[in-house]
Design a protein around this ligand. Structure first.
Ligand SMILES: *[C@@H]1O[C@H](CO)[C@@H](O)[C@H](O)[C@H]1NC(C)=O
Ligand SMILES: *[C@@H]1O[C@H](CO)[C@@H](O)[C@H](O)[C@H]1NC(C)=O
Ligand SMILES: *[C@@H]1O[C@H](CO)[C@@H](O)[C@H](O)[C@H]1NC(C)=O
Ligand SMILES: *[C@@H]1O[C@H](CO)[C@@H](O)[C@H](O)[C@H]1NC(C)=O
Ligand SMILES: *[C@@H]1O[C@H](CO)[C@@H](O)[C@H](O)[C@H]1NC(C)=O
Ligand SMILES: *[C@@H]1O[C@H](CO)[C@@H](O)[C@H](O)[C@H]1NC(C)=O
Ligand SMILES: *[C@@H]1O[C@H](CO)[C@@H](O)[C@H](O)[C@H]1NC(C)=O
Ligand SMILES: *[C@@H]1O[C@H](CO)[C@@H](O)[C@H](O)[C@H]1NC(C)=O
Ligand SMILES: *[C@@H]1O[C@H](CO)[C@@H](O)[C@H](O)[C@H]1NC(C)=O
Ligand SMILES: *[C@@H]1O[C@H](CO)[C@@H](O)[C@H](O)[C@H]1NC(C)=O
Ligand SMILES: *[C@@H]1O[C@H](CO)[C@@H](O)[C@H](O)[C@H]1NC(C)=O
Length: 755
């Protein structure tokens, strides 16, 4: 839903004073009912509450702005709160009073670039703590429609920035760490908050070539579904035990996602064991009828959605048409009860009906929001996400000793970015340090000048401000260009047409290159890939940094990298394609593998030459990898793997140990990436060039060595056939660490079908 609509909702709710409140299980009407009896199971408690409601009362609880039942002492509840990278504007979240702001962490695309799952867990823990503090003061719900774990399949996608990138393995690891931090905390009896994995499934298009997400029918092969579009949801639902998922706007192979019984029941519930509810994306039920034309009446529409397993609607379609569907016998009251069982079960597991005194999370308050620890973590996560893409002759970091009485110019449309650094789905940050502020902070008290000129807009056509920028560049010793894109170009409902750097910025860079005393430094803000080949190749550009959308302390983080107070180690979580890519493949094409109509997608299948590859990123120091070659001497028998008692995808076939040594002259992190290139098993079944199967971010002092270990499991080796069956093939699996081929794992014996 658009931000404007969100803000509208927030205003309406605030005027009406509909802050969420808690049921009174102490003295109220409810208190004598089993819903308040903690000796009973959550399902028993929910069943009794539901049985006391009339049909109309039940129906009014099946939408996200749930009415409550005053007669029974059941308060209103707004199910829709957001917290993608900090508490965010949404119908359930209100900033103000004692809680004017919440920590604003970097966008998930940055979090993907950190490749640091401990960090992501810590961030999620702080977000859930702040969420509870807001909830305790009536300023947020307990159910959050976060995270977005769709695969960033096409660089044009306006919401790709909400995800950790293009790789299913990375996204699966990310969502596991995130959900643990959001849902689990110090009190094992309760969910800390309820998260929501969205958008199920194959949603990653906003509006392209005249077709928007409400009309889009994603044609997805079984192979791509099993190999790429389902794994993050499996990790979220089965491994991390998320409390809810959201069905998406689009259709999948002709069936709207919220009417897709196979996906919602067979896959999510039966196969992945979803223990929670399914909520529709906002107005997606109405889309089943009005944009997908999958049904012909409103009653049929609510019936297919409810029967497919959509328990809760964001919208009002259920409210207006459920009763008629019931009268026409398209559904029965058991269907309604089942949906309510699933939603109330989650509220009970959140402790909503239990006494506050006994609950750790109910004690959290404004003192737990925007703490020193949260501020530090927000800065560190921004620093860890920054990717150094080019650094000729060690031009970075800038050396303070050589800057005495020198002037640094920051030029360009993102040098003073504040709210833009928050990306989308953001809230009110306690403060926002723009790059200019970051540079001034770090140079404070030193004889170094920092000046600023805007030069041009993000994508304007006016060169009016060029002259002033060029004059400033001429009189400066160091010039740093701050460019890139922002929410005016990529956001919800808006996909990009072009992935080139906006022309106006390229022109300005070229003007600056002509006049600078030393080669230009460039910093790019974006939540997606841009063709940066000009900057990469130009001798007039000494360095290039990608900063993503780094959140409240983003400007300070960038400055600390430029001055070498932080040694960068972020890695690109997406492929940076050449600008021509958008002409080579339709955004409607969901296929990952190359074909006559596509050069392929992501580092796994893209057959062209990337501008910068997935996983790319430099450091101010150097690292060396050493390993024991004997790891690769023995071959492994498929038949003996099959005989193991715990025959699971996580079964370990081999362990790969790597010693990482910092061989340079600066302390810093290395992100060690482990890939496998599987055997080429048949011509019709194109294997990926490589597939990430492990990663580890390690901090190493100069000369220090640390050992990192990766496990080569059955899951790592499994190949998905065209018909979605999974196979353990005999053959050679090449292991690549970073850019280095280090050895081959041999699987011997008869190829077998796994599932
Ligand atoms: C709560 O449920 C338990 C188990 O059924 C029952 O023994 C107990 O009497 C109930 N307590 C109240 C206050 O109703
Ligand atoms: C209600 O419909 C479901 C199918 O969704 C069916 O299994 C069930 O038996 C029906 N219940 C009643 C009470 O008719
Ligand atoms: C620089 O930023 C840090 C962290 O936000 C802050 O503690 C410090 O006071 C700032 N210093 C200056 C001179 O602005
Ligand atoms: C890098 O150093 C070489 C050799 O000193 C020099 O020719 C070149 O211009 C330098 N390039 C940049 C971008 O500073
Ligand atoms: C884009 O839209 C135009 C005009 O409707 C149509 O001719 C073209 O085939 C469409 N392209 C794709 C890839 O769907
Ligand atoms: C890295 O390690 C390898 C293998 O031990 C060694 O041959 C090589 O010299 C090392 N490189 C550096 C730069 O230390
Ligand atoms: C053994 O490993 C080293 C790096 O540690 C590599 O340079 C060498 O070629 C390997 N030898 C064999 C026989 O694979
Ligand atoms: C890593 O280095 C340590 C210490 O030198 C050594 O004991 C260990 O065997 C090495 N591991 C590998 C995989 O080379
Ligand atoms: C895989 O094998 C097929 C047929 O043997 C061949 O056409 C294809 O080029 C091979 N692919 C790679 C990446 O080696
Ligand atoms: C790192 O090792 C080199 C070579 O052994 C040595 O010259 C240097 O002093 C060491 N640096 C540190 C910081 O220990
Ligand atoms: C699925 O594909 C595999 C590999 O191509 C083939 O061996 C198998 O028979 C197929 N299974 C079905 C049910 O079609």
């Amino acid at each position: 839903m658009s931000v404007i609509v969100l803000l509208f909702f927030s205003v309406i709710l605030q005027i009406n004073g509909q802050y969420p409140s808690f049921p009174d299980c102490q003295a109220g009407v409810l208190s004598s009912f089993p819903i308040c009896n903690q000796s009973l199971t959550s399902r028993e408690r929910a069943a009794d509450l539901i049985n006391r409601m009339t049909v109309l009362e039940k129906i009014s609880q099946m939408i996200t702005t749930a009415e409550g039942v005053p007669r029974l002492g059941l308060p209103k509840y707004e199910w829709w709160s957001e917290a993608l990278h900090g508490l965010a504007y949404s119908p359930g979240v209100f900033f103000g009073g004692d809680l004017p702001a919440a920590s604003s962490f970097p966008m998930p695309i940055n979090l993907g670039a950190t490749f640091n799952m401990r960090l992501i867990h810590q961030i999620a823990s702080i977000i859930s703590t702040e969420a509870r503090a807001f909830n305790n003061e009536g300023r947020a719900g307990l159910t959050f429609f976060t995270p977005n774990i769709n695969i960033f399949r096409d660089p044009r996608w306006g919401r790709g920035q909400e995800t950790p990138g293009e790789d299913p393995f990375l996204t699966s690891q990310y969502v596991y760490a995130l959900i643990q931090g959001l849902q689990r905390g110090d009190d094992e009896r309760y969910l800390k908050i309820a998260a929501n994995c969205k958008h199920f499934d194959a949603y990653d298009l906003e509006n392209w070539n005249g077709t928007d997400r409400h009309h889009f029918n994603a044609i997805v092969s079984d192979q791509d579904l099993v190999e790429t579009y389902l794994p993050p949801f499996k990790s979220c639902i089965q491994d991390a035990q998320v409390a809810s998922i959201m069905c998406s706007y689009n259709s999948i192979n002709g069936i709207p996602a919220c009417a897709h019984q196979f996906l919602l029941e067979t896959i999510a519930r039966e196969s992945f064991h979803l223990n929670g509810f399914v909520v529709s994306d906002c107005n997606a039920i109405s889309d089943i009828l009005h944009t997908h034309h999958y049904t012909s009446t409103p009653e049929q529409t609510v019936a297919v959605a409810l029967r497919a397993g959509t328990d809760l609607e964001c919208g009002v379609f259920y409210l207006f048409h459920m009763n008629d569907a019931l009268h026409r016998k398209l559904i029965n009251e058991t269907d309604i009860n089942q949906a309510l069982m699933r939603t109330y079960d989650v509220l009970i597991r959140l402790g909503w009906f239990d006494p506050p005194e006994q609950q750790v999370y109910r004690q959290l308050n404004k003192n737990n929001v925007d703490t020193g620890e949260a501020r530090q973590l927000s800065l560190v996560s921004a620093q860890e996400s920054i990717v150094l893409l080019k650094n000729i002759n060690g031009s970075l970091p800038l050396d303070f000793n050589q800057l005495t009485n020198k002037r640094i110019a920051l030029i360009g449309p993102t040098a003073d970015a504040t709210i833009q650094m928050q990306g989308i789905y953001h809230g009110r940050a306690p403060f926002l340090v723009d790059p200019l502020g970051g540079f001034k902070n770090i140079t404070a008290g030193k004889p170094i000048g920092v000046d600023y000129a805007r030069g041009c807009g993000i994508s304007s056509h006016s060169e009016r401000d060029f002259a002033a920028a060029v004059r400033l560049a001429q009189s400066s010793d160091i010039v740093i260009f701050f460019g890139g894109i922002d929410h005016t170009i990529e956001r919800e409902s808006v996909d990009r047409q072009s992935i080139a750097l906006p022309d106006i910025q390229l022109s300005l860079i070229q003007e600056l290159e002509k006049v600078t005393r030393s080669p230009l430094h460039v910093v790019i803000m974006s939540g997606s890939s841009l063709d940066l080949s000009y900057i990469r190749d130009s001798v007039g550009c000494a360095s290039l940094i990608w900063m993503g959308y780094p959140g409240q302390s983003g400007g300070l983080a960038v400055a600390s990298v430029v001055f070498g107070q932080y040694n960068p180690a972020g890695r690109l979580p997406v492929t940076f394609y050449p600008a021509s890519y958008v002409n080579e493949v339709s955004m409607f094409n969901m296929q990952l593998r190359p074909s006559a109509n596509s050069p392929g997608r992501t580092y796994k299948f893209y057959t062209g030459k990337a501008i910068y590859e997935f996983g790319y990123g430099l450091s101010y120091t150097t690292f060396n990898y050493t390993w024991d070659n004997r790891t690769f001497i023995s071959a492994y028998s498929i038949q003996s793997v099959m005989k193991q008692i715990n025959r699971q995808e996580k079964t370990i076939i081999s362990s790969i140990r790597i010693n990482v040594t910092n061989t340079g002259s600066m302390n810093g992190d290395d992100v060690v990436l482990a890939y496998v290139t599987p055997p080429n098993v048949s011509s019709e079944q194109i294997a990926p060039f490589k597939q990430l199967f492990g990663f580890e971010r390690v901090h190493l002092k100069v000369n220090e060595t640390k050992e990192v270990c990766f496990t080569f499991t059955v899951e790592t080796a499994l190949l998905v056939a065209r018909n979605a069956s999974k196979w353990l093939h005999s053959g050679s699996y090449r292991i690549i660490i970073g850019q280095q081929h280090i050895g081959v794992i041999q699987l011997q014996g008869q190829t077998i079908r796994w599932v």
